[in-house]
Ligand binder design. Sequence first.
Ligand code: NOJ
Length: 955
Amino acid sequence: MKHENFKTCDQSGFCKRNRGYADKATASGSSWTSPYQLDSKTVSVKNGQLTGVIIKTTEDGTGVFRLPLTISFLDSGVARITVDEEKRQKGEIELRHGSPARKERYNGVQDWVIVGGLTVDKDAVKHTSTEDETIVSYGPKKNFQAAIKHAPFSIDFRRDKETQIKFNSRGLFNMEHWRPKVDREQKEGEPAPPEPTEDESTWWEESFGGNTDTKPKGPESVGLDITFPGYEHVYGIPEHAGPLSLKQTRGGASGQYDQPYRLYNSDVFEYEMDTPMTLYGAIPLMQAHRKDSTVGVFWLNAAETWIDIIKTKTSSNPLSLGIGGTTDTQTHWFSESGLLDVFVFLGPTPKDIIQDYSELTGYSQLPQHFALGYHQCRWSYVTDEDVKDVDRKFDKSKIPYDVIWLDIEYTEGKKYFTWDKDNFPDPLGMQKQLDSHGRKLVIIIDPHIKNEGNYPVVDTLKSQNLGINNKENNIFEGWCWPGSSYWIDAFNPSALAWWKSLFAYAKFPGTTPNTFLWNDMNEPSVFNGPETTMPKDNLHFGNWEHRDVHNVNGLTFVNATYEALLARDDPKHQRRPFVLTRSFYAGSQRQGAMWTGDNLASWDHLEASIPMILNQNIAGFSFSGADVGGFFGNPSKELQTRWYQAGAWYPFYRAHAHIDSRRREPYLEASGYVEPIVQALRLRYSLLPAWYTSFYTAHTTGEPVMRPMWYVHPSDEAGFTIDDQFYVGDTGLLVKPVLKEGATSVDIYLPPLTTAPYYDYFTFETYPGNGKTVRLDAPLEGHTPVLMRGGHILARKERPRKSSALMKFDPYTLVIALDNAGRAEGELYVDDGESFEYQKGAFIHRRFRFGSSSSSSSSDKESGGLLLVSEDLNTSPTKQTTAFAKTMKDVRVEKIVIIGAPREWEGRKDVVVVEEGEKERKVAFTWKGAEKGRAGWAVVRDPGVRIGRGWRVEF
Ligand code: NOJ
C-alpha cells in the first residue's frame, strides 16, 4: 500500500483543526467553556419535536452566529438531533473563486439514506423546563429522557434515569461558521492587516499529492463529542481492517492507534491490516456495549468523517454511577461539511438498535436464492469459450456453483455496454449453456465512461450533461481503467433515467434476464485524482460539491443500476436485482451485496475478513463477503483450502483473483486439497435453506445473518472482544474457521449456558456451555469446526447438485438439537427465490417445535409424549400463498435427525406416529444411545410429511 497516497489526520485540515480544538478544550488546567448556548427563549417542544436556536459566540466575543436546532423524538424511541447554520441556510454567504456551488450545508443525504421510521412521537413530553435546562421524556415506554442543558449546550440521554450517552460533555461541539476570507497580505501604502487570531492555514485552500482543493465555502466542518459512560466496548463504523471491538485512537497504550478512524470511501490498493485507515465504504453507525446494555449513534453525514475514540476510567457523574461499567468510552466525531445530524438509540439490546436503525435506513435486500450459492470470479475469463470450459469443468468435477463472473476485459476496450467481439462473439450462446443448469452470469459495469469517439454512451453523457462536473461546472475528466473517462452523476434524475434505459435487453444485446451486475470503482476511484478519488470541489447535480456527498456517491450509482435491472423486466414479472458493490454507505444494504475489495492472498487477510464481515453485519449490511483465495498474489494450497472452508460461512461466497494471478478454480487444486474444498462447497449448498431463512430474518427485522458473540450473548463479558467465531442467524450454528497456517485445531469459546449444550455438527460430540474454551480438531481434510447449540432446529438439503436452482424441489432434512429440557425450535422460510411475489404472500414460513406435547402450545392432544410440530408462521395467507404452496406440494421432509435424543427412547417400539391432515401413519425410526462424549441421536427416515403443510410427529 502506498501510504503517501492517503491523508493522515495532520494532512487533513479539518481533522487537524478538530483534534486541535479537542486538545485546547481538554487541556489540563484549562478554563475552557464551550461557546455554544441554547437560547432559552427560543426553545419550544411540540408535536414530538424540540426546536430552538443555539448561539455560537466567537472567542473574542465579536461574532455571534445562529444555529437552528431540531430534536425529533421518533415513535421508535430514537431521537434525532439536527443542527444547521442560519447564514449558510439563508445563502447569506459569498463563495470564493466565483464558484457556482450551493451555499447551504448539504441537507440531501437523508433523501438517499432514510426510508422510514421518521414518524414523530407526538406524546414526547416536556418534563421540566427552566432557564438552564429542558428535559423531555420520550420513547415507547416513556423511560427515555433527553436532558438538554442550555449553557453551554449539551445533552444527556437517559434510560430509566441513568445517563447512557452524553453530547458535548467535553465541550468539543464545533460548527465552523462561515466567514469571509481576510486578506493578510500587506498592500503598498496601506496599514498592515490584522494578525490572525487562529491558525488559518487550512481554511481556504488545501493541497495534497499535487492537487489543490479550492474550498470555495471556506472551513465548514462540524464536530461533536459523544461519550458513553460505563461502556467499555464500541463496535461498528465500517469499513476498516481491524478488530471488531474498536481500538483507542488517542493516548492509548501500545497496540492502540494514534490516528482516528476515518470514513472517506477510497480505492486503497493492497490495504493493510489492523489500522483505522479508511477503505471502500462507510457506515457511520456505532454501538456501545456493556453487560446487558447496548446503545448507539448514527452520524448521518456523507462528507469525509473521522472518529477519535478514547477510553477512560468512569467519571464520578452521579447519574452514571449505577450503570456498573468502570470504563467510559469517549468518542469525537467530525465531518468536513454538512449538517450535524445524529440519531440516538437507547437500546437496551443490540437487537433493538439494529431494528430501529434498519427501520430508518432499510432492511437488507432479500437476495435471489442463487446469490447465496457459490460465485466463481476472476479478472478475467478471457473468452466465451473460456467461460463455457470452466462451466464444464465444474460439472466434470461435480463441484456446485451458481454464478460465473466477467470482469472488465469482456468489454470492447473498457467501454461498458459493449462486448469484445473477438473474444465474446456469442454471449447469448455462452449464457444458454449456463442456463441449462440454472446458472447465472454477472458482468461488471463501472461508473467511469470512456472518453472516446464513436461511443454512443459517452456521447449522450456529454451532450445531455449527465456527468459529474469540475469546479468550473464543465464535465470532469479523469483516468480510470479505460484511460481518459467521465463519470455518471447518479444524483441527477435525468442520469438515472438514462442509465435505466441502457440496460434494456434490446439496447444491450447479449444480456438476458440471467445477466446480473457488479458495480466496482464507485468510491469513485479516479487514478489521477487526490487520494485516488475525485477532487472535492467537483460539482454534482444541484451544484452540491463532491465534498458534501462523497461517501454516499457509491450508493447512488448502485441505486441507478438496481433501478435499471428492475426497469429491463416486464413490470408484471419483475425479479429481484442482484448488484455487488465495492463502495457503500448506510442504506446500501437495500440494494444488494458488498465485498471487502482488494485483499491479498495471505493468512492475515483471511483472518481479517471475519471481523470485517461481522462488522458489516452488525451495521445492518448482512450480504457481505471477501474475495476467497485473496485477490492479489497466489495462495498456497493450504491457504486456498482454508479460505474455501471459511468462505462457505460468509453471507456472500465468491472466489476472485487478480489478472496476474495463477488460475485457481477449485477443480485445479491438487488431490488432498480439492476434496475438502468440494466438501466445503457442498456444506454451503446443503445449508442453503438455513441461509435463506436467515436472510429473510435480516430482510424483515434487520437482525444480522452473521452474528458476533456479544450480539447473541450480551451478558457474557468474556465474549465482548471475540471476533473470530460467530453464529449463523437463528440456526444455533456456531462457527470457528481455521485462520492460521499449519493449524489443525481451533479453540472455541463457549459462553456459560445452563440451558443447553453445544453439539459438534458433524459428530454430535457434546460440549457444555460453561464459559470455557474448548479445543476442536480441524484437520485440513475435514471441515471448518461447527457446533450447533441445543434448542435449535434447522432445515437442510442433502443431495449434491450442480447449482442451487436444481435443488429447488429437493426434499428437506430437519436437524433438531435438543436443549437440556429436551426442547428445540427453529424456522424455515421458502419462496420462489427470484420474484417479488413473496411480498404478496407467495411464501412458506414454518416454525418447527420439538418438546413434550403438554408444553407444545399448538398441541390439542395430551399424549404426554414428545412431539415435533410444524406450524404456519404466515398469519395472513393470500391467493398467492395458495398458488405458491401448490408449486411446492410434493416437496417433503425426507429425514428428521434428533441430536441429544432421550435415553428413554431405548427399547421403545421404534416407530413414531405421523399426522398430516386427517391421515395418521406409523414410521420407523432409529435410535442410538450416547457414547464417549457423543450425544445420543435418532433418525426418522421418510416421515412422508410435506414442507408446506401443518403436521406433527409423535415420539
Ligand atoms: C478493482 C476490484 O476491486 C477488483 O475486484 C477488480 O477485479 C478490478 N477492479 C478490475 O475490475
